[in-house]
Design a protein around this ligand. Structure first.
Ligand SMILES: [Cu+2]
Length: 118
């Protein structure tokens, strides 16, 4: 009997977890824009999220095509926005990887690329 009860509660838990996903901090927009091509290398990358972020556990890393970090390593968080400065970068494809802890204590992460060049 115990087992039957347990199995019956699982679908409900899954439903709650899925429904709640919309409340996590999701990437709203980025500068440079996701997948975009910019002519000149940006001085920094800024991301905006759908929720406020916990500064201590929210980071951005930016890597070049060879996988080397080109960010300063110091992510700055302000409300639902975070940014990181970039070292001088040349033409090429760059990957922005982000991981954030939102104020609702949930972690989300993701990555996207942008290109620098003519
Ligand atoms: Cu959440």
């Amino acid at each position: 009997m115990r087992h039957l009860l347990l199995f019956r509660t699982i679908p409900l838990l899954l439903l709650l977890t899925t429904g709640e996903a919309t409340a996590h901090a999701m990437l709203d927009r980025a500068e440079p824009r996701v997948g975009n091509k910019v002519e000149t290398a940006p001085r920094e990358v800024t991301l905006w999220f759908t929720q406020k972020l916990e500064p201590a556990f929210s980071t951005i890393t930016v890597t070049n095509a060879a996988g080397a970090r080109v960010d300063s390593g110091k992510t700055r968080v302000n409300g639902n926005q975070m940014s990181v400065s970039l070292r001088s970068t040349g033409p090429g494809t760059y990957r922005v990887t982000w991981r954030v802890l939102s104020v609702d204590t949930h972690t989300t992460d993701g990555s996207f690329t942008f290109q620098v060049g003519q």
